[in-house]
Structures are given as C-alpha cells and as structure tokens.
Write a protein of this length. Sequence first.
Length: 512
Amino acid sequence: MSLMDKFTAASGMDSFVYFVLLLALPLLLLIKLKKKSNLPPGPRRWPIVGNLVQVMLSKLGFQGYIQKVQRKYGPIFTIRLGSQPMIIIASRDLAHEALVQKGSLFASRPPAKGLRKLFTSNQMNISSAPYGPLWRSLRRNLVSETLSSPALKSFQEGRDWGLQVLIQGLKTEAAQNEGVVKLVEHLRHASFCLLLYMCFGLQVEENEVREVEGVMRELLLTVASLALEDTFPILKVFYRKRRERMQGMHRRQEEKLVSLINRRREELAEGAAVNCRAYVDSLFSLTVDGGRCLTEQEMATLCSEFITGGTDTTSTTIQWVMANLVKYPDVQSKLYKEIVGVVGKEGVKLVEEEKLVSEMQYLEAVVKEALRRHPPAKFVLSHAVTEDCSLGGYDIPVGAFVNFCVSEMGNDPAEWENPADFRPERFVNGEVDLTGGKGIKMMPFGVGRRICPGLAVAMLHVELIVATLVLKFEWQTKPGETVDLAETQEFTTVMKYPLQAVIKERVATPGY
Ligand code: HEM
C-alpha cells in the first residue's frame, strides 16, 4: 500500500497524522539540506573536479595554494578534491578545540580506497586504522612494547650501529671529495639501519640493508602520487600500467620484510640469545579481531609503517638542523660548547644518552627551533570525525577529510616573534610543550589522540645524532656557496637543494 493509499484508507486521528507527516517531510528534507551546506567557506569549485585544477595549476604547490585560500577565507575553510570535501584548520585555537577538547570526535581516519587499501592491509596499521578497538590495540602494543623507556634502552646496540654507519660513511665521502659531504643520504641510511634494528632486532649485512631500503623507498615515493586516483577512481583505466608497477613494488617489499620476519622468528624459536625485544617480536603474540593472530602480510604492513614512519621524518629533521647550523656558525659554536662542556672533548665515543635529556638544554632548543621552522610534515595525516559535529560555528560532517596546517601554527606571528628567524634562544627557559595539551604553539608531531607515538624516540634519535655530528666535526659551507633553505615536497618536506657541507674532524675518537 502506498503512502497516499494509506492516507485515503485511514480515518480520524490516523489521517491527521499522515497529513502532518506529508507536510513535514519536505520541510525536514529542506532543513537537512540547508544544514549540510553549512560547511566552512571555500573557493569556488569546478564541476566534478572540485578545486583540484586550482591545486594542480598553482605555481606555489599544494601548500602555497592552501596559504592563498587561507588568506581569503580565514582559519577554517573547505576545498574539494573531486566531490570529496577537505576541511583545513589553520588556527591554533581551533586545532586545540578539535584535537584536544573534542579529541575523541576528531580522532578517526577516512576510509582507504584503491591501492591504499592493499598497502595498508585493509587499514590494518596504526596510521590508517579508524578510531576504535583495533587502532587502540595496535597503538598500545607499539607504545608499551617498543617505545617505552625500558624498551628504548634495549636498542642501544642499534643506535651504536646507526652512528657507526653514519660517521664511517661521512668520513669516506669526505676523504674522496675534498672534505665535502652530501649529508642527507648518509642520514637516511643511518636512520634506516636504526629503525631496521628496532623492528627486527637484527644487524643486517650492508648489501641487504641497501636492498630493502631501495625497495621501500621506491614504493614510498610513488605512494604520494596516489591521491589523484583515490579522488577519481575512473582514472584507474589510464593508470593501469603504473598501478601494476606499484603492485609489483609492493610485492617485492612484502617479500623482503616477510623474509626478515621469518629470520627473526627462527632465531627466537632456536632460543638464540637476543639483545632486545624487537617490534616484530611483539607482533608474533599480538591478536586482533577477537583473538586471531596477524598474518605475515599484516605484520609486513606494520613493520613497513614503523620503518617508514621513523626514517624520512628523522633524517629530514636532522638535515634541517644541520643546514641551520652551517648557515649560522654562531649557533653551531654555542652548541658545540654546550656538548663539550657536558661530555668532554677527548676519547668520547658516544654522547651519553641520559645527558642529552638532562644537561643539554641548548641542543633541545636547537632541535625544537628546526621543527618549528621546518616541520617535516606540513600537514598531519588526514583525520575524519566519528560523528557529525561542529567547529568554529561550521558543520564537520562524517566523510569529510579534516587536516591541520602544521607549519602555519609554528610560524604564527601572534605567537612567535619574528617567526622567520632561526633563533633557538626562544626555547631556552621558555616551556613549549610539543604535545599541546594545554594549548598549541606548534604541532610538528600532531596533537591529541593521534599524536605521533614516536615523539620521544624521534627526539632522542635527532638529539643523539646532532650532538654526535657536532662533537665529531666542524661544519662549514662549501667555499663560495651559501646554504639555501628552499623547500620541496617529497614524502616529507625536504631541502630543495640538499645540504652539502665541508666537514673537518675535531677529535679522533676511538670506535669510529
Ligand atoms: C621527527 C620525527 C617525526 C615526526 C616529525 C613525526 C610526525 C608525525 C605526524 C605529524 C603524525 C600524524 C599525526 C596526526 O595524524 O595527527 C605522525 C603519526 C605517526 N607517527 Fe610519526 N613522526 C616522527 C617520527 C616517528 C617515529 C620515529 C615513529 C616510529 C617509531 C613514528 C610513527 C608514527 C605512527 C605509527 C603514526 C600514526 C599515529 C596514529 O595514527 O595513531 N613517527 N607522526
């Protein structure tokens, strides 16, 4: 029976109710439609493609386009990639309201589509899992089993290995190249060794490290270009060849990681003496989906997330620190004095880690200033809300991508005096909490429930490596050249002209 039939068949009270319903229904629909349109404002968009054309035609890149839109529309605005709304938040207060005060609402991730689904084992990793029990258990496992203070202490051998690889690599290149080194490649390789050790507890042969590193990096750099296909699945037809190539890369990466996973599993099964509890050890006993163990592919996905999450971000940060130390020699010599004052000049093999945290305030200030000026991630990973809600007077619907302008916050003149200057002194004696719990001043690691779980270990690695580099070598510009701090976008925001510097060994220390 249709609604109209029901209306005519009904009588008395019933017919009155149906009549009211018939009148109210269009009204309710109208109210809902009107409500839906209260998204934050944004630039006019083209049919089908949304603002994608403007983004792609912008000479200033995605970041530059966003800055332009922000100047016009203020601290919260919407752009559209195809039909997909992306709400961008550029104000520290609104970011605090969303990520801290309304933390659980803004803590989810958008659904993965296309190849991303394959690469994340259907969102079975920490960074892409929606907010919920799976995410909680994966994240808790990483934090308590691998990133806690006692666990970090057990990775000392891995840190020694990474530093050794770094210093040897620099010395070899300097010897062959009149003292000139291209730092970032050495940093990336050393960070990779370190993360590989934390992940598998193995010191892998140099050749094999290079092989795994090559495969993972190749895939990482192409994944960034998936955005277009995610937005327009129809383009799959045109990208078939490229998709097949990426699937091949992904297969090769999985094979390499699974072989390391099995090597570690055998080592443990044979009862070999091991120096640490590696990340993968915790995955062997982790259960998901109400009690099942992880498959090899899922473990490989989690290991890949661990290694890639910590390699480029760390090496990029260190490169920015060192570039500023070369550009500003007075900052470098002040830092050198602090380090030598704490650990001494002679015979120091390693900078002692406890002293990094407790006694080197200027080092911490230098690193924070580099993270403020040059955050490796200009935006966080896209967030999604768990239910329709509001922010700054606008609607934030389920299904919208939500993101935050990390670099705008760290360069906001309302908070930072002369924000373009590199001046670590602003952090000395001034408490700046990177977790942003009481208010956000900068957020290079994100803030709230999705804050980077690697914050502490990243700070430890960056400080340890910078202190060692400054203690071991004096860093200078190449004759006749200056340091150019222009940026470009890879997986992270890197130096457009990678730092090349002349190094002079200060002290010949045993061990390296
Ligand atoms: C300087 C180094 C690093 C920087 C600047 C950095 C930055 C970030 C940022 C901005 C996010 C996204 C936060 C959000 O979506 O709101 C993130 C997430 C994440 N990072 Fe890092 N990160 C660094 C190092 C590391 C390291 C060393 C690891 C692992 C050992 C790691 C593992 C992760 C993971 C697993 C997530 C996803 C968290 C989640 O979705 O719950 N990161 N990081």
